[in-house]
Write a protein that binds this ligand. Structure first.
Ligand code: ATP
Length: 245
C-alpha cells in the first residue's frame, strides 16, 4: 500500500448556495512537489483549509498522515509547515524575536538552517515585522514554515507575496531540496509557468471539482500534438474552455 501523506475522499463543502468543493478525491504519497492549480475561486484554499483541519469535512473524509486533522490537530499540525496567502505574522515582533518564538514550538527546529535562510532571504533580525515589505513578510513566513524541516510543507499561493528573484532562485531550490530529502510539498498557485518549473505532479481544480490530476510528464504527453508539447497554461486554458476532453 502506498504511504499517503494526504488522503481526501469524496469531500464536499458548501458555503450557502455555493459548492466550493464537489466530491473531491485527492491523495498525495510521500515525497515530491505537488502543484494545486485553478482559477480564482476554484476551491484551492478551501481544500487546503480542510487539510490543515481548519474546516471540518461536511461530507467525505480527510486524512493527513493517516489522522483526522480536526480530531487530532496537534498530531497533524506539528508535522506541517504552512505559509498562507494572508501570512498574518505579528507586526510588533522583530524578525529575530519571531524566529526565537517559533522555535520554542518545534523540537526539530534547525538553528543553522534558520540562520542560512535568514541570510539568503536578506532579513534583518532587528527589523520589525510591521516595517517589512510584502515580499519580506512572505520571506519571513517561508523561513518559519521551513526551519523545522516539516514532513509536509503546504504553501497557499506563495508567489503572491514573493518577488521574482526569491521565486525563481530560492523557492524552487528549497522545494526541490525538500523533495530530494523524501519530504512532501503541496503548493497552490495560479501561475502555471511557475508550477511547470517546479512541480512533479499537478492537480487542477475547476469549480470545486478535480479536472486533471497527473504527473507533469503524463499531462504533457497526453496533450502532445506531434512535436508540439503545449505549456500547462495552454492545456489548462483549453481545458477551461472545454476544448480538450
Ligand atoms: P483564490 O485563488 O481566489 O484564493 P481558491 O481556488 O483558493 O481561489 P477558495 O478560496 O477555496 O478558492 O473559494 C472557493 C469558493 O468558495 C469561492 O466561490 C469562494 O467565494 C467560496 N468561499 C470560500 N470560503 C468561503 C467562506 N468562508 N464563506 C463563503 N464563501 C466562501
Amino acid at each position: 500500500m502506498r504511504d499517503l501523506v494526504i488522503d481526501v475522499t469524496s469531500l464536499t463543502r458548501r458555503f450557502g448556495a455555493k459548492t466550493a468543493l464537489d466530491a473531491v478525491t485527492f491523495s498525495i504519497p510521500r515525497g515530491g512537489v505537488y502543484g494545486l492549480v485553478g482559477a480564482n475561486g476554484a476551491g484551492k484554499t478551501t481544500l487546503i483549509r480542510h487539510i490543515l483541519g481548519l474546516l471540518r469535512a461536511e461530507s467525505g473524509a480527510v486524512r493527513v498522515f493517516g489522522r483526522d486533522p480536526v480530531a487530532d490537530p496537534a498530531g497533524v499540525l506539528s508535522r506541517i509547515g504552512y505559509l498562507s496567502e494572508e501570512n498574518d505574522l505579528p507586526g510588533w515582533m522583530r524578525v529575530g524575536e519571531l524566529i526565537r518564538y517559533q522555535r520554542a514550538f518545534y523540537p526539530a527546529w534547525d538553528d543553522i538552517y534558520a540562520a542560512e535562510l535568514r541570510e539568503s532571504f536578506q532579513l534583518d533580525a532587528a527589523a520589525k515585522i510591521k516595517d517589512l515589505s510584502k515580499g519580506q513578510k512572505a520571506r519571513a513566513g517561508l523561513l518559519i514554515a521551513l526551519a523545522y524541516r516539516p514532513e509536509l510543507l503546504v504553501l497557499d499561493e506563495p508567489s503572491s507575496g514573493l518577488d521574482p528573484i526569491v521565486r525563481r532562485d530560492i523557492l524552487n531550490a528549497v522545494l526541490r531540496t525538500i523533495a530530494e530529502e523524501g519530504r512532501t510539498v503541496l503548493f497552490s498557485s495560479h501561475l502555471l509557468d511557475e508550477v511547470e518549473q517546479v512541480a512533479d505532479h499537478v492537480t487542477m481544480i475547476d469549480q470545486g471539482r478535480i479536472a486533471i490530476s497527473a504527473t507533469l510528464q503524463e499531462i504533457r504527453e497526453s496533450h502532445r500534438a506531434g512535436d508540439h508539447v503545449p505549456s500547462l497554461d495552454q492545456i489548462f486554458v483549453n481545458r477551461l474552455r472545454g476544448a480538450v476532453q
